[in-house]
Design a protein around this ligand. Structure first.
Ligand SMILES: [Zn+2]
Length: 78
């Protein structure tokens, strides 16, 4: 018998998960944290919600890299 639940109930329950940004507990099916309003993904095996891919940040980074590459070609390319 294991009477010590601890945080074990959280694992794989799917009923609740933890926001990776503010560490608040939110509903397991929530797509946005109730506390910090940031987008969160599905819970992993530890009940911690994943951070979803931020497409805007990704595109910004990709654009910056493309601009840098273009600049380097312009500055150093024949
Ligand atoms: Zn949060």
């Amino acid at each position: 018998m294991d009477g010590n639940d601890g945080a074990g109930w959280l694992k794989n329950s799917g009923a609740i998960k933890k926001c990776p940004y503010c560490n608040s507990f939110v509903r397991g099916d929530a797509v946005r944290c109730d506390v910090c309003r940031r987008r969160i993904g599905a819970a992993d095996g530890n009940g911690l919600a994943k951070k979803p891919m931020d497409i805007a940040a990704y595109l910004t980074a990709a654009g910056a890299l493309a601009a840098l590459a273009a600049y380097l070609r312009w500055a150093f390319g024949g």
